[in-house]
Design a protein around this ligand. Structure first.
Ligand code: XMP
Length: 478
């Protein structure tokens, strides 16, 4: 019997192969709601920053959560470094800080100054045997020359305190009334159990759509290898979600390892990357993740397809995986990952079933990505590299993703991307473009996009017509 492999071959459409057709609309772009849900977490915007060492560390994760999305901190570092990064996100804006940095009344002012400088904090509660004795602020130490005084000699003893049941609004009023920046939280026996800072209370108002956990802290995710249970356990207390970072998740050893992480760690999981209906089917029947990372080899820095001839382009993969999710009636978010340069690709991903998109390239050029801008030929750039690129692989901790099982070749490149300024500006432009796309389709939200969107295939010749043509552009477009 002939195999007929080519006759039965699927067509793996990519973002560039399709367009969204305009549909009758009753809503304006400004009315579109692009919020989404991944398991127990709701997000104002459906954008997630990639766990890559040139994309997401503390600063990016804080910025993404403040904007209403999510950052996944990369794992191309030691466990301690990754834990420190996620802890810094959680500390960035908690309403009540729990792991409060304190000094004792017997400490010297010099020591207090050093702590303040190193931890970049402006005031320290003074604690003896767990009980609050006073508070030391910059104002208190200002005149304590040489820092030879003891903390108890200069601290403010008359401290205004609150109890744990205080609301952000009440805290704000107390701080405004007494013109104070720090509000220690004590229990019924006067033990210090937390601290509220003016910075955090006011930050909440500046970012009304921020993604926050139950305690008001910014949400953050972290990448793990499913084989690295130790890392998963170290991150468990500080993250909202763990995200597996595997180029090809549909692998028996990987699935078994992820099952073990799922059984032994209480934080929800996003798993991937998946590329086919069958891969999704296997995950949905054997694991219980809250999200699926979908797309293989579409990433802007990815050479997997070129090197191996294997790929499941993100648009194709999302369509297939979404079919499986629908057929199984699973409550799991589909996250399109790779090749999403801007709102056009994102809109197409939502049209075929995505609930959120993961961005590497689109965020790598922003101020908040790791590293400083580089000037080349008078223009500013930032470095962006694949986690399977030679230099990322050279960092020992990246090896388990792209070298297991025994891959001897790089599957990513490194290069420069134009510097694009604040992530907030980039994300706001992205969301505006997305809302415009929803408006054309006539979809009020992501669910509507999935239901209403119709796609058409464009030819490679026709593609030129739907981009600017024949005119030399005068300025750089966003
Ligand atoms: P974009 O297109 O947003 O893609 O830059 C980011 C996604 O690409 C994946 N990734 C890689 N894929 N080799 C790969 O095959 C690599 O070295 C590599 N590094 C990252 C990853 O899924 C990321 O979110």
């Amino acid at each position: 019997m002939p195999w007929d492999k080519l006759a039965n071959a699927d067509i793996a459409y990519t973002f560039g192969d399709v367009i969204l057709l305009p549909g009758k609309t009753e809503i304006e772009p400004s009315e579109v709601d692009v919020s989404t849900r991944i398991g127990p977490m709701s997000f104002h915007i459906p954008l997630i920053s990639s766990p890559m060492d040139t994309v997401t560390e503390t600063e990016m994760a804080i910025a993404m959560a403040r904007l209403g999305g999510l950052g996944i901190v990369h794992r191309n570092c030691s466990v301690e470094e990754q834990v420190a990064m996620v802890k810094a996100v959680k500390r960035a804006e908690s309403f009540i800080i729990r792991d409060v940095v304190t000094v004792s009344p017997e400490d010297t002012v010099e020591r207090a100054k050093t702590i303040m400088k190193e931890m970049r904090i402006s005031g320290l509660p003074v604690v003896e045997d767990g009980r609050l004795k006073g508070i030391l602020t910059r104002r208190d130490i200002y005149f304590a020359e040489n820092g030879r005084y003891k903390v108890k000699e200069v601290m403010t003893k008359d401290v205004i305190t609150v109890t744990e049941d205080i609301t952000p609004e009440e805290a704000r009023k107390i701080m405004a009334k007494h013109k104070i920046e720090k509000l220690p939280v004590i229990d019924s026996e006067g033990r210090l159990i937390g601290l509220i800072t003016a910075k955090d209370v006011f930050a909440r108002e500046s970012f009304p759509f921020a993604s926050r956990d139950k305690e008001g802290r910014l949400r953050v995710g972290a990448a793990i290898s499913p084989f690295d249970l130790e890392r998963a356990k170290a991150l468990e207390p500080y993250v909202d979600v763990l995200v597996t970072d595997v180029a090809h998740f549909h692998n028996e050893n990987v699935i078994r390892a992820a099952k073990r992480v799922q059984d032994e760690v209480s934080v929800p999981l996003i798993v991937g990357n998946l590329g086919t209906y069958e891969a999704a089917e296997e995950v949905l029947t054997r694991l219980d993740p809250i999200g699926l990372r979908v797309g293989i080899a579409s990433g802007s820095i990815c050479t997997t397809g070129e090197v191996t001839g294997v790929a499941a382009p993100t648009l194709y993969a999302v369509a297939k995986v979404s079919d499986a999710v629908l057929n199984y009636g699973a409550d799991v978010a589909v996250i399109a990952d790779g090749g999403i340069r801007g709102p056009a690709e994102a809109a197409k991903a939502f049209a075929v079933g995505a609930d959120a998109v993961m961005l590497g390239y689109a965020l790598a050029g922003t101020k908040e990505s790791p590293g400083s801008p580089i000037i080349v030929g008078g223009k500013m750039y930032k470095m962006y590299r694949g986690m399977g690129s030679p230099s990322a692989r050279a960092k020992r901790f990246a090896l388990d993703r792209y070298s297991k099982p025994a891959k001897g070749i790089p599957e990513g490149i490194e290069g420069l991307v134009p510097y694009r300024g604040d992530v907030a500006t980039v994300v706001n432009e992205f969301v505006a473009g997305l809302k415009a796309a929803f408006g054309y389709v006539g979809a009020a939200n992501i669910k509507g996009m999935k239901e209403k969107a119709r796609l058409a295939i464009v030819t490679s010749i026709g593609k030129k017509e739907i981009a600017p043509h024949d005119v030399k552009p005068m300025e750089t477009r966003p």
